[in-house]
Design a protein around this ligand. Structure first.
Ligand code: GCB
Length: 569
């Protein structure tokens, strides 16, 4: 599926703005309230903070008769989580994967020059064997979630709503339907860029695809709805962290002299590979410096908010970071556009957080396979994406996890052979062995020595970390990335000597972890948890927020931010 876009042959109508919302059960007219789209509903109304039921969204729109001969599709960038879509009272589509886009063709259903009523029934109920994951029998959980409110298997608010923009795209009926770009055969040494474009259309055998890049046009006839175009560029400019060079590409669908459709994109020529100790970008070993993040902010919840995207990249650059993980779900695609443009590397994570033994069944496997395919389908052409993460901290010690994760690994590999695939594990230590990580290319691990274990006892924590890294490397013989480590620091809490919850302790712990990580030649870097404080469920371990942020929730630096800036720059 192609992301909706506006260009010389495509028009977009935005449905962002104020919609109506009401609880689905409610029959009272006065229960209808205004709600902002995009945005999570949780912090727009006090009584919606933990709302988990079905909510009915509504918006009206009009279309001119000028579009009667055109193809019209609704493009939802993301609805969390399950949704049913109704147009003028008729069900036109449904979706069960959060944080990823879906489309609905409404060409034959939409009314012209009359009011159209669009309704979206949204539901985010916590389910033991699905996503968002929660309401899990407590006695079986390895990670104690006690009496959380709500009972999530993950550490952020159970957000719901139409969280990302909704648009109507108007195109010709014959159009380009997907584009795959592969630059992995390029040679940075010889400065030769090899770009394979695989372009899909619904124009069967009748037409030509034209690819315009670097001032040259490359043409190929469409066969069975497909055209493969290979472009070779001598003296190619490679995409890297110092110079994230992007080529502007225009792809046209043509018949005789007529252009039926057009699509614009930016591509970066770069190559990823890895061995038993390193991950390479264009044959240079990488050292990742960065964070696990969230896409969330006061009032908006997880709603797309362009100033936040700009601010966070500004801070990533300010602090000298070169990468982040989209924990624990794929972010709005504009994040990736900016990562491409600014030269920031991204580990793209599927929305699979809180997996326990109850997920190891056929139905959940199918759902996860579907969402991994959809994540890769959306993000495959972004040069900034260097790795796929298929899950965060699942119960991967359980014997049944093995077959489940093997399938998820194979799914990701089948969709994309050019990038490493991982999942983020927190379990691996003697007596608590991870049985699934062995299938994956890069070993990503989260460690909280000095916080949840060895609380405040940094010397013991650091020696445990040392020992555990050696153990994990010996077990897998693959590059290791510490994807999470950190400590809660309540902004403005200071203490000497450094003790739990003080900004000083957070700094000391992070400093000592980085020293250990840097001392091993098989580690590929450090991702601190977390970039910024964020809203969580309610429980005694969380004074309203998770305070492991290096920045506060409103993006002001804590002491450790200045320390990181010194060592990373
Ligand atoms: C983790 C999770 C992350 C939590 C973090 C914490 O391991 O991956 O979502 O927020 O720990 O602070 O407990």
């Amino acid at each position: 599926m192609l992301r909706a876009q506006e260009n010389k042959k495509r028009a977009l109508i935005s449905l962002s703005g104020i919609w109506e919302i009401k609880k689905d059960k409610s029959t009272e007219e006065e229960d209808i309230r205004p709600i902002a789209v995009p945005g999570s509903w949780n912090e727009q109304y006090q009584d919606f903070l933990y709302e988990e039921g079905k909510m009915r969204y509504k918006k009206t729109f009009h279309l001119s008769k000028d579009f009667e001969e055109k193809a019209i599709r609704l493009y939802f960038e993301a609805v969390n989580t399950r949704s049913e879509i109704y147009l003028n009272g008729e069900k036109v589509g449904e979706n069960e994967v959060g944080y990823l886009p879906f489309e609905i063709d409404i060409t034959d259903k939409v009314k012209f020059e009359e009011e159209n009523i669009l309704e979206v029934l949204v539901e985010n109920e916590l389910r033991t064997d699905s996503f968002p994951a929660g309401n899990t029998p407590q006695e079986d959980l390895l990670v104690g979630t006690a009496d959380r409110r709500p009972s999530t298997n993950f550490d952020f608010l159970n957000y719901g709503g139409i969280i990302r923009p909704v648009t109507i795209e108007i195109t010709n009926k014959e159009k380009i339907t997907d584009i795959m770009v592969d630059t992995s055969l390029s040679s940075s040494k010889e400065k030769r860029g090899i770009i394979n474009f695989e372009i899909l259309t619904n124009a069967n055998n009748n037409g030509t695809i034209e690819v315009v890049i670097a001032g040259e046009k490359h043409q190929k006839d469409i066969e069975n709805g497909k055209a493969d175009v290979k472009v070779e560029l001598e003296n190619a400019k490679f995409w890297n962290l110092e110079n994230p060079y992007l080529y502007d590409v225009e792809i046209n669908l043509k018949r005789k002299d007529q252009t039926l459709d057009s699509y614009k994109m930016k591509i970066g020529i770069r190559k990823i590979r890895w061995d038993s100790k390193n991950l390479y970008l264009n044959d240079e070993p990488l050292k990742l410096k960065g964070f696990g993040k969230h896409e969330e902010f006061p009032v908006l919840g997880q709603g797309t908010f362009y100033p936040l995207i700009v601010k966070d990249y500004n801070l990533l650059k300010w602090i000298g970071a070169n990468s982040f993980r989209t924990s624990h779900y794929p972010y709005t695609e504009d994040w990736l556009d900016l990562a491409d443009q600014l030269g920031i590397l991204v580990i793209d994570e599927a929305p699979h957080v809180g997996i326990t033994r109850y997920h190891y069944n056929d139905e959940t496997t199918k759902l996860c396979v579907k969402s991994i395919k959809r994540m890769i389908d959306r993000d495959k052409n972004h040069p900034s994406v260097i790795m796929w993460s298929v899950a965060n901290e699942p119960e991967s010690t359980h014997p049944k996890s093995e077959e489940f994760f093997k399938q998820l690994y194979e799914t990701a590999k089948k969709s994309d052979k050019t990038r490493p695939v991982t999942f983020v594990s927190c379990m691996d230590m003697p007596g608590r062995e991870d049985v699934s990580l062995k299938y994956f290319d890069i070993i990503c691990i989260n460690r909280y020595f000095g916080w949840y274990v060895f609380q405040g006892r940094l010397d013991e924590a650091i020696s445990a970390l040392n020992e555990n890294l050696e153990y994990v490397y010996k077990k897998y013989n693959k590059p290791i990335l510490l994807t999470e480590f950190g400590a809660d620091a309540i902004p403005g809490y200071h203490y000497d000597p450094p003790i739990l919850f003080s900004e000083e302790y957070q700094k000391e712990l992070i400093k000592r972890y980085i020293e250990v990580i840097d001392s091993k030649d098989y580690t590929i870097g450090e991702h601190i948890w977390a970039f910024a404080d964020f809203k969580t469920q309610e429980e005694v371990r969380r004074p309203i927020y998770n305070h492991k942020g290096v920045f506060t929730r409103d993006r002001q630096p804590k002491i450790v931010a200045h320390y990181l800036r010194d060592i990373w720059k």
